[in-house]
Design a protein. Structure first.
Length: 203
């Protein structure tokens, strides 16, 4: 894993901080910082910058869902002045959201069914999403610009996580970390979303 801080390698080993990276205040205490904890040895090694073995990560799911990534719908309420005391609730993006949710669940269920038809897991997971957004017809073929436009990434993520609930995991609250990337499709590339889920808990 690379980025502003380098903590874990691809095999899950603890690598220590990248040069100039701030230390995590939320890491368990250790002797180096005046405390102890069940992960004290690992954190002490992190302070020292030496590798420490960690439980390997298990990949639960790795699929690509073709389609048009859509955000989770929003619910809005307003009061009609002619009917005080009565709220009117309106859901937006309902039709598109339902189709995208079905696309995600159909692909995921097929992949999940091939894994001994196991039920949703009740384990802490990490989720990694790559959204490949439809390429505008007006975009030059010679250059793909960054996707700095709607839909919002947080709503795209929520739509996928909701679709995975009761299929891959028991509750999307079980996702404690993750990553996402939103971009336009390259010329000739299919739009959709790559979904990868991992866990460090024994299965």
């Amino acid at each position: 894993m690379t980025g502003g801080e380098t903590l874990f390698g691809d095999a899950g080993e603890l690598l220590g901080p990248a040069p100039g990276a701030p230390r995590w205040e939320e890491l368990p205490a250790c002797e180096s910082c005046g405390g102890t904890g069940k992960d004290a040895a690992a954190v002490s090694a992190w302070h020292a910058g030496t590798p420490t073995p960690r439980r390997p990560r298990v990949e639960l799911l790795n699929v690509f869902v073709p389609g048009n990534p859509t955000t989770a719908g929003s619910v809005k309420a307003f009061v009609n002045p002619k009917q005080p005391g009565r709220a009117i609730v309106v859901k937006d993006n309902g039709k598109n959201q339902a189709k995208w949710r079905a696309d995600v669940q159909n692909v995921v269920r097929e992949a999940w069914g091939l894994m001994d038809e196991r039920p949703p897991v009740d384990a802490v997971c990490s989720i990694h999403l790559e959204f490949v957004m439809p390429r505008p017809l007006s975009m030059p073929k010679s250059r793909t610009k960054p996707h700095g436009a709607r839909p919002d990434a947080d709503k795209l993520i929520r739509a996928v996580q909701d679709a995975l609930t009761h299929v891959v995991w028991t509750d999307d609250a079980r996702a404690d970390k993750g990553s996402w990337y939103k971009r336009y499709a390259e010329v000739g590339e299919t739009a959709g979303c790559r979904i990868r889920i991992l866990t460090e808990e024994p299965m």
